[in-house]
Design a protein around this ligand. Structure first.
Ligand code: SF4
Length: 494
């Protein structure tokens, strides 16, 4: 889980001259892009209410840490960050420390009890409370919360079975989050001006036995179709050229409204927005990828030929224990279908290794599947034992060293595959979104092609460009791949 200190361009935040001093608020956003959007919404509400957003904790009167609580390492990182920021209260200028996000949903009372420097907590379903927490007066016209009351029959059934219960969690309140922002909610982008995430849904109804996200984020609910389009149009007008749709499961989009193939319909509509250049979605659920969705991706140039489908495992018996279903054969057939329907499609997935009871044979099935499937991008996580997840009660837990051995082994297999696939791109031409000077060297520029989702995939380094060209970050250029490494590419602008 990447740590992100938000460097917010102050000119992005609307100016509001108030009768009293504007509190300076600094944000640290941890975890995934879904959490980042929550941070952006909270920053928008604060800026709208008259706060000044600052990029450095040293300059802040109020520091907000938006936490992640997905797995143990993310919880630890969140606690470490809170303690680090608490020092600005004892030794620096900060007057208030606010903790927001998933850690609050999991350990609300414990945070208040054990970290006395924390002045307020804000759960994932109560983002508007950031205003009172930071001492900012709300502007009711824009900042009113948008609470969704739709649900899917699957979600209702799983709720009745106790899927969302937090009763066994000390320090958590019983109420599930039920909030989702809309197009009228103020939002300050923390991403560069040419790219933005749009959260199209929140929560998750799936029963995956290793996962506590449904208890942390609540039942699945979608944003209204028109709300997503209105936000995309506004972003496009403000200069955004790349939109990445996110949610815990984007492929269920619209099912709570009774919409069939909602994501495909949404993508089609977004592709008609003139100023957008690249549109993609992340986090597809394997059995929710329909023929219509694939055909829609194939039919529109603006929709990136890119499918991110976290499969979690490939052994049918391990997947059954994970409460996910599927297996190597089904997945290989589905991958084949994606590759025939969308020629040149880029495929990303992620796996969990060392799930309780994972035998050598099941692990080998996973390795063999990875060799056959030849993904373009792949992430591997070692199993993390989460209290409150069903898998917590399973026997046959694997020792951490063995989990790590398996993780490294699987990534080694993927490294060879990645190298081969990247090598095959040498000599080919692509559209490149230039991002600026590379973090690795001032002598190189860096960018992405449609094969690269923001922040998670490798990079394209640019080491050559026409003499007369003044490269501009956020602009698109034609490039030719000249070199390939394990994960990264080198290109020339032509
Ligand atoms: S689909 Fe994803 S978010 Fe939902 S329960 Fe499974 S792993 Fe968790």
């Amino acid at each position: 889980m990447p740590v992100r200190n938000l460097t917010v361009a102050i000119e992005d935040a609307p100016e509001k001259a108030g009768p009293r001093a504007r509190p300076k608020v600094g944000f640290v956003s941890l975890g995934c892009p879904k959490n980042l959007v929550d941070s952006e919404v909270m920053m928008g509400m604060l800026a709208d209410g008259g706060a000044e957003l600052v990029a450095r904790a040293e300059d802040a009167d109020v520091i907000v840490v938006n936490t992640c609580s997905f797995i143990a390492s993310a919880q630890q990182e969140s606690v470490d960050t809170i303690l680090e920021m608490a020092r600005h209260k004892t030794d620096g200028r900060a007057r208030k420390l606010v903790v927001a996000g998933c850690l609050v949903e999991r350990f609300r009372d414990d945070i208040r009890k054990n970290i006395p420097e924390v002045d307020a907590v804000v759960g994932t379903g109560e983002l508007e409370k950031i205003l009172a927490a930071a001492g900012v007066t709300p502007t009711p016209s824009k900042s009113s919360p948008f609470t969704i009351l739709t649900s899917r029959p699957e979600g209702d059934a799983r709720e009745a079975q106790g899927r969302f219960s937090r009763e066994s969690w000390d320090g958590a309140i019983a109420d599930l989050p039920n909030y989702l922002y809309d197009e009228a909610t103020p939002r300050v982008l923390a991403t560069p001006g040419y790219t933005a995430y749009i959260k199209i849904a929140e929560g998750c109804d799936h029963p995956c036995s290793f996962c506590i996200i449904p208890q942390l984020r609540g039942k699945f609910r979608s944003r209204r179709f028109e709300s997503v389009i209105a936000e995309a149009e506004r972003l496009a007008r403000s200069g955004v050229r790349e939109i990445t749709l996110i949610g815990q499961d984007t492929t269920c989009y619209g099912e709570d409204f009774g919409l069939k193939d909602g994501l495909a319909l949404l993508l089609e509509k977004l592709a008609a927005i003139n100023d957008l250049r690249w549109i993609r979605f992340l986090y597809a659920y394997p059995n929710k990828i329909t023929a219509r969705l694939l055909e829609t991706i194939a039919a529109h140039q603006k929709i990136c030929s890119y499918v991110d489908v976290p499969l979690q495992h490939a052994s049918a018996t391990a997947l059954k224990r994970m409460k996910r279903g599927g297996g190597a054969d089904v997945f290989l057939r589905s991958i084949e279908k994606m590759r025939t329907t969308i020629p040149g499609v880029t495929l990303r997935t992620s796996f969990i290794v060392g799930f309780p009871g994972e035998t050598e044979d099941e692990f080998e099935q996973l390795c063999e599947f990875v060799r056959q499937a030849e993904f373009d991008w792949m992430g591997t996580f070692g199993y993390s034992d989460e209290e409150g997840a069903q898998a917590f009660a399973l026997d046959a837990k694997l020792p951490p060293r063995e989990i790590e051995r398996r993780r490294k082994h699987l990534m080694q297999i993927q490294r060879r595959i990645s190298k081969k696939r990247k090598k095959a791109l040498v000599g080919q031409e692509f559209e490149l979104l230039l991002e600026g000077v590379s973090e690795e060297s001032e002598l190189l520029l860096a960018g992405r092609t449609a094969m690269h989702a923001p922040e998670i995939d490798g990079k394209v380094f640019v080491n050559d460009l026409p003499d007369a060209l003044q490269p501009v970050p956020g602009e698109f250029y034609r490039c030719r791949i000249t070199e390939a490494h394990d994960y990264d590419l080198v290109a020339e602008i032509i």
